[in-house]
Every structure is written in C-alpha cells, then in structure tokens.
Write a protein that binds this ligand. Structure first.
Ligand code: G4P
Length: 527
C-alpha cells in the first residue's frame, strides 16, 4: 500500500443528502458547494430536483434527469478534504435509484423541515441507512419559519427514524423571533441575520452563563437557552464519535439552508467526524481501501433517453487502490479485460476526463450495454461486492407482447432494462407470465417508451392487484417446499431464479408469516 493512496483516502468524504422533497436538500447542496468554492452564486444548482410542475410528465422528468447527469456527483475541495456529494432524485418514483446510491456512500446527511418533521420518504431512506449502519447527521432546516418545538423534533427524530440523537447545536427561538444557534459542540454563538449569500459570524463563548449572551440575545432568551441546555445535558448523552461512526447515534444541527445559516457549522463538523472510505465486505473477503489492487463496483447506470445517442454512463465507486485511465481492468462478470479511454470525474459540477481516481471517488464510464448494476471491476482478482440489494417493489403489472413479430426484441429490451435497474422482473411460477415490479407508476411509462424507441418492441400492460413481493427462504427444505406448494398460485421467481412470494394484501402476508414460522420473509434481495 502506498503512502499516496492512504493520504488520498483519508481526505475523502463521500456522502449523500437525503430528505423528503421540499425539505431543502437542493438548497443545502448548493450552499455546501458555495463553501467549497465550487460555485459562486446561489441558484446555480439544478441538481436532480424535478420540478413540481413536471410530476406527471415523465419525458420532461427524463430531460431534467438527463441534464442532471453532471450533478449526479458533485466533487469539491474544502479545508484539505475532497468531498463527493452523491445526488439522489427527489421524486419518489425514483426511490430505487436513491436506495442504490446509498450503497455507494460512506455517510449521509438527512435534511428535515422543522415544521413538517419526519416525512415518509425520509423514514424509508433511513431504513436503508440502518440496514447498512451508515453514519448519519441530521440537519433540521427552515428555522427562519415557524415550526415545532426543538425538543419535540428531537423526540420525533428518535421515534420515527429509530436512532438515538444528540443535538450539537441549539436554536434560540424559531420563526420570526429566531435569533441564532448556540453551538454545543464548539461552544459559540451564531447570530442570525437573514441573508441568502453571506455567512454569519460566530461569537466565541466559553460558557453559556457569560453575561455576553444576555447582551447579544437579551436576558429572557439567554435564560431560556441556559434552561434548555441544562435539560439537554440531563437528557442526552455526551456526543461520542464512535457511536456516530457505528450508526448508533445521529448528531443534530439546526439552521436555515436558504439563509446559509448553520451550514458552515454543519460542514466543519461533518469533515471532522464523517468517515473516509471504509473496508467493504465482498463475497470472497473484506476489501480494504488502501490495498494496492484496484476494485470498484457499478451502483448506477444512467441511460441517455435520446434514441440517437444510445449510450449510458455507468457510475463506478472506487473501493480500493487507484483507478487509472487506459489501464486494463477485469470485468468480473464477463471475465474480460476492459480499458477505459474516457472515464469522467465530477468536480464542481463539471464532467471532465480523469487520469486517476481514489477510493471514495466516483468515476463515470461511457457504456454501450456492457454493464449491469452491481458489476465489479478489479485489477485481476475475482471479487463480488455484496450490498446492492433490490427492494420489494410496490406496484405490479403483467407485461405482454403487443407485437408477436418482435418477441426477441422485447425479451432483450426487458432484460437490459432490468440489468440497468429500471425495475424488477418476476416470472409467475403458476402461469409463467412476466411481471414487472416498480416503486412508482412512472417506471411503467418509461419502460414502454424505451422498449419501443430503443428496441423496436411493443408492450402492453395488464393490471394485477398485488401488495408486495418478498423473497423467501428456510433452513427447512421440507417446510419451504410445503409453503411453495400451498401458495403455488402466488409464487414467482426473480431474475436470478430465487423464490419470491407475491402477497396480494397485507393481511395475506401477515397470515403467511404467522402460519409458516419456519419461512423467512425478506423485503430486500440481500439476506
Ligand atoms: P428539496 O431539494 O429538498 O426538494 O428542497 P429545496 O432545496 O428545493 O427547497 C424547497 C423549498 O424550500 C424552496 O422554496 C426553498 O427555497 C425553500 N427553503 C429551503 N431552505 C429554506 C430555509 O432555510 N428557509 C426557508 N424559509 N425556506 C427554505 P420554493 O419556493 O419551493 O422554491 P424556489 O422557488 O425558492 O426555488
């Protein structure tokens, strides 16, 4: 292992910002880029944010997604660190994309709206973080607006996100009376002046009992702050970085992204405590980032929707060693050596060809159909990374061939779209029909359109009423067979031939879980 690689790894902070739409993810991302000098004016980030007006027009959404390839990963330097922010689509129909992006990050920042608290999408994304013990920091946003009591918010975060929290900053009032935050981690008072571009100054304060606090915020608010802090000290444990790194505790910051308030505190703490790339468990062994041999995996494939340019970009997360342009790497699934003449990196919202990349970095590789989600590239070793699960889809339709002359094209198209991770394919064990499962209605339209325009195949959807698909297994082979026989009508296989139970209602699923205690039901494909 070389000194150079170790130095580069220690500098890397690769993370995603997740939130329910409208909580302020785009605004926060933009402000972080401003601090990194990656952009110079607010309003420059288009991000993967999909305009509200476009929610039912998926072509428009795809156009916006196309534009946002460059902002899929935003790299910048800050205070000696190399930061990579992985953008995640805000639209819930693309939640599966977000799930997969979370497999490529080393930590996460969650943005919560102080008035709305924890919303559905955040809850679901947190489940993925919990599965992987991803360290999370929470930013409670929009303190300049009326919202909930901060203690209530903390309770809600603990209950809804099922993680212990420790506040590292504390607001003085909220909404129109918002005066600033007291930094509990570094002991300082940040006074609030509404501003979209400038950065607030901090007043260093050793002790919250100092009369300076009364002077700055008034006696009543200073007393309330002291009371609050006493309560916090009594209720919340002291912040322990190890607990955060193990995903057991989430530090909480309060601020207002729009006003660039509390953002620098968040960033300064983040670079200090957030993890650099960690060892990753592959099927064969644990791969350490500082190893000499290069390894990386494809976590996302971005297709170009323009039928004249059918290329894709495969996003590869570098896991170990150094990636270099024009060096032959083994594509483990096909056992072929491939060289990449035009790998791109993402710095300051620009895509440019890179000569080399280090663990934690994301490299974009132009692709014409060689890659599948989860594929591994290495210097030669056979490594298969775990941790790219599919999640139980929630919407299902039978897919039928609408042009009998084109059944080959249809099969090929379906296979490739599934490899790209657009949706999941199941085959009914009962009648052999093909079922497509998605997390959002839009995917069905996307699939139909792409099958026609890219593969010349026509499909037709037929409705099916289904609640959830879950993967099943059992240590008791007889019990498994008995279950499959009893539920024959509801059994299917996924694209890898694994058993999947298709429950048509929550009640049926619960009954099955009760009646067949020897069967394990899994809601993600990785178990
Ligand atoms: P998202 O990516 O999570 O979907 O959220 P985004 O940053 O786009 O923010 C959603 C809305 O909330 C935006 O307003 C944004 O300006 C506003 N916002 C973000 N942070 C704050 C904050 O700290 N305080 C207040 N008061 N508002 C905040 P919009 O009107 O929907 O969009 P825009 O027209 O301003 O872009």
């Amino acid at each position: 292992m070389s000194e150079e690689i170790i130095k580069e790894i220690k500098k890397r902070r690769t993370f995603a910002i997740i939130s329910h739409p409208d909580a302020g993810k785009t605004t926060l991302t933009e402000k972080l880029l401003l601090f990194g000098g990656a952009i110079h004016v607010a309003g420059a980030v288009k991000s993967n944010k999909i305009k509200k007006t476009a929610t039912s027009d998926w072509m428009e959404i795809e156009k916006q997604r196309g534009i946002s390839v460059a902002t899929s990963v935003m790299g910048f330097d800050y205070d000696g660190y190399k930061i990579n922010i992985l953008d995640t689509p805000g639209h819930q129909d693309f939640a599966e994309d977000t799930f997969r992006t979370l497999t490529a990050v080393d930590s996460v920042i969650i943005v919560v709206d102080v008035a709305k608290g924890v919303e559905t999408q955040t809850r679901r994304l947190m489940e993925v973080c919990r599965m992987r013990n991803t360290p999370v920091i929470i930013f409670v946003n929009k303190l300049d607006r009326e919202g909930r009591d901060p203690f209530d918010i903390l309770d809600e975060l603990e209950n809804e996100l099922k993680i212990k929290v420790v506040p590292l900053s504390w607001p003085i009032n909220i909404g129109a009376k918002f005066k600033g935050v007291y930094n509990l981690y570094e002991h300082g008072l940040d006074l609030f002046t509404p501003s979209k571009q400038t950065i607030s100054e901090r007043v260093e304060i050793d002790d919250v009992n100092s009369p300076l606090v009364d002077e700055l915020v008034g006696k009543a608010d200073a007393d309330k702050l002291r009371e609050d802090i006493e309560l916090i000290d009594g209720v919340y444990p002291e912040f322990n970085v190890e607990d955060y790194l193990e995903g057991k505790v989430a530090p909480v910051f309060f601020g207002s992204a729009l006003n660039t308030f509390g953002v620098k505190e968040l960033l300064d703490c983040f670079v200090k405590i957030a993890p650099s790339p960690k060892p990753i468990n592959a099927e064969e062994r644990t791969v350490k980032p500082e190893e000499d041999g290069f390894s990386g995996f494809v976590f996302k494939i971005h297709a170009n929707m323009d039928p004249n340019h059918r290329s894709c970009i495969a996003f590869v997360k570098v896991c170990s060693g150094k990636f270099e342009r024009n060096v032959g790497y083994k594509h483990v699934r096909s056992d072929k050596v491939m060289k990449f003449a035009a790998p791109t990196a993402f710095m300051a919202q620009k895509k440019s060809i890179v000569e080399e990349a280090y663990p934690g970095d994301i490299v974009g590789i132009p692709d014409t159909g060689n890659f599948k989600i989860g594929d591994t590239l290495t210097s030669g070793e056979n490594i298969h990374f775990k941790g790219l699960p599919s999640f139980s889809p929630e919407m299902f339709k039978y897919i039928e061939n609408a042009d009998p002359m084109k059944s080959k094209q249809l099969d090929k198209g379906i296979k490739q779209l599934m490899d790209e991770g657009v949706a999941q394919l199941f085959t009914s064990s009962f009648n052999g029909r093909k079922i497509i499962g998605t997390v959002g209605q839009l995917q069905f339209e996307v699939i139909q359109y792409r099958l026609l325009h890219e593969y010349g195949a026509q499909c037709r959807w037929e409705p099916m009423s289904m609640y959830k698909a879950c993967w099943i297994e059992s240590e008791d082979a007889e019990a498994l067979e008995a279950f499959k026989k009893r539920k024959h009508q509801f059994m299917a296989t996924d694209k890898d031939g694994r058993d999947v139970f298709m429950a048509d209602s929550n009640y049926v699923l619960q009954m099955a879980q009760n009646d067949f205690p020897k069967i394990k039901f899994h809601f993600s494909s990785e178990f």
